[in-house]
Design a protein around this ligand. Sequence first.
Ligand code: NAD
Ligand code: GLY
Length: 362
Amino acid sequence: MKTLTVALGERSYPIFIGQGLLANPELVRPHVRAKQVCIVTNETIAPLYLAQTRALFSGFDITEVILPDGEQYKTLDVLNQIFDQLLAKRCDRRVTLVALGGGVIGDMTGFAAACYQRGVPFIQIPTTLLSQVDSSVGGKTGVNHALGKNMIGAFYQPQCVLIDIDTLKTLEDRQLSAGLAEVVKYGLINDLPFFEWLEDKAEALYQRDPSALIEAVAHCCQNKADVVAADEQESGVRALLNLGHTFGHAIETGLGYGECLHGEAVAIGMCLAAEMSAKHGWISAAEVQRVRRLLVRMHLPTTIPADISCEQMQNLMKVDKKVMDGQIRLVLMQKFGQSVLTSDYDSALLQDTLNTGYTEAA
Ligand code: NAD
Ligand code: GLY
């Protein structure tokens, strides 16, 4: 097992990464403050992992909340179901919430923990690759609004993160690919050697080779832990973790939540960011192809879906947390393997990138 730390002073917490960890109660139990535990999961994950998770907390007073499954349920309305259960079971302010699931469950449970009685502890048990390499670490929590993705939320850190990569055995291929998109993101932000390692290991990762998965998850978590320790509330370097996301969130919102998976939208967004960087002369056309080729080997899409118009893309990109004084700021590649957050780009080239982003030849 690997143990990493997110260093945030008194709010520091461990990330445990390995196989068989859902059978090891000693890792999580020290992070529960009192008798009450509330496990939040969804109807897909409950039959797979709820019994094991319940066993982790045997002896505690356990409440369970089983939410509907899907990005379209990441709403304030559905969040209320968590509060309904907590109140019905008379959970007090020392209750520990446990997020058992992917990024949707993790983001919602974390936000519920941030709000319930003005803040109760929570533990992340991420079960998708995307949530293991990204969303369970760093304390971004929240829900979607019909007009914008992740627009309602809070920064709120967990007590610990338990990553059992054995849970990935039951994940659908499409979801595994979506997680791989976020893995590639770390390489493109500031870690060219990791991108090259991914070019070597793409098939092993897609085939779920455990040692390749553990290495990739640990590498991404370490990268994310470092970024969060340096800039918890995204006033600087953390914004780079949004590479591909301004384009991606527009695609997710425009198509309707759940149609294009978050990771798929990020894959398309990274291609658009690469293309736009090439149009500025910052990276080469061959490097754009390198990004596309790796994503295609990971079974990811690389072009904007035809169902969303260029005009919709432009309008939706304006609803982004990085927008400042009405100006869209984008994460682009200053050179290959080194991204920057910038508003210093040519808007005609943004328009051109969107226009041509519907075809491979873009
Ligand atoms: P998800 O939570 O919807 O999970 C994907 C699907 O896999 C769901 O149907 C889920 O029920 C199922 N599933 C989960 N674990 C499984 C398992 N082990 N076996 C079989 N099926 C399983 O999607 P996701 O990709 O994990 O997360 C996407 C969400 O994360 C988005 O809402 C995105 O905005 C958010 N996100 C947040 C952050 C952050 O920093 N907080 C970062 C990235 C993404
Ligand atoms: N996934 C982006 C972040 O956590 O900042």
